[in-house]
Design a protein. Structure first.
Length: 260
């Protein structure tokens, strides 16, 4: 049984007196432990696709199943990690990670024990009592990742989480995310503008069209792991996808309504 199924999913916006498809008849199967990356021009519907899977955005047509059950809204089985970590500055690191567990009713001792285990997983044990303003951008994202994993979701939805980071920090987090995925078997759906990042991380990449909310093409990434963003094979595979992406970017330059 697939982890996630989208069946003829459409999302429509009304803009300037016309209806515009952000997603149109999307049919997609995501297996358990899949690492799916989504790329495409700005405004092509990447984030919309992530949000409808998260249950944050309603759809006009179609059906979305998670573990063969229709989704009716957000759930603890699907957790979203955004570009901005959105941590609570009045809580320290371990309190931030434990926050969702406390809200779920776990006792303080049990929630902190679980939070500390997750901080070990993301290599931040020494910083559990640090305040958020004392952390670097990469460290904040690692705290956000630990917090996202706190309720042990089956699906991790990531919306350009490394886009604002410097190259060195981003590469380090690529390695840590890949290791975490291999260790935990989570299903990850990862939105990015960076084609090489998608090839470096994913075992599948889908490219969305500039207009119309369609999937243009799917690529199976069979390159061996571990990978590095500067690997020759990663660069070459990314070039193939980028050539197809360029066609869609040119369409964006021609104008028209787009939605992210």
């Amino acid at each position: 049984m697939p982890r996630i199924e989208l069946k003829n999913v459409s999302k429509i916006y009304f803009s300037n007196s016309v209806f515009v498809y952000a997603l149109k008849d999307i049919t997609l199967t995501i297996e358990d432990s899949d690492f799916l990356c989504i790329v495409g021009p700005s405004g092509c519907g990447k984030t919309t696709l992530l949000n409808v899977i998260a249950g944050l955005t309603n759809i006009e047509r179609g059906e979305i199943l998670v573990d063969d059950m229709p989704i009716k809204g957000p759930g603890t089985d699907r957790v979203v990690m955004f570009q901005e970590p959105a941590l609570f500055p009045w809580l320290n690191v371990v309190q931030n990670v434990a926050f969702g567990l406390r809200m779920a009713g776990l006792l303080k001792e049990e929630s902190f024990e679980r939070a500390r285990a997750l901080l070990r997983l993301v290599k931040l044990s020494k910083f559990e009592k640090a305040w958020i303003h004392q952390l670097s951008g990469g460290m904040k994202q690692r705290v956000a990742l630990a917090r996202a994993l706190a309720l042990d979701p089956g699906v991790l939805l990531m919306d350009e989480p490394f886009a604002a980071l410097d190259a060195q920090t981003r590469d380090m987090l690529h390695e840590e995310l890949e290791m975490l995925w291999l260790e935990t078997g989570k299903t990850i759906i990862f939105v990015t503008h960076n084609v090489r990042e998608a090839v470096r991380l994913g075992n599948r990449v889908i490219l969305m069209t500039a207009r119309g909310g369609l999937i243009k093409k799917e690529y199976n990434i069979s390159l061996p792991r571990p990978r590095h963003i500067e690997d020759k094979d990663v660069i070459e595979f990314a070039r193939i996808i980028r050539d197809d992406l360029r066609e869609e970017v040119l369409k964006v330059a021609e104008g028209g309504e787009q939605f992210e």
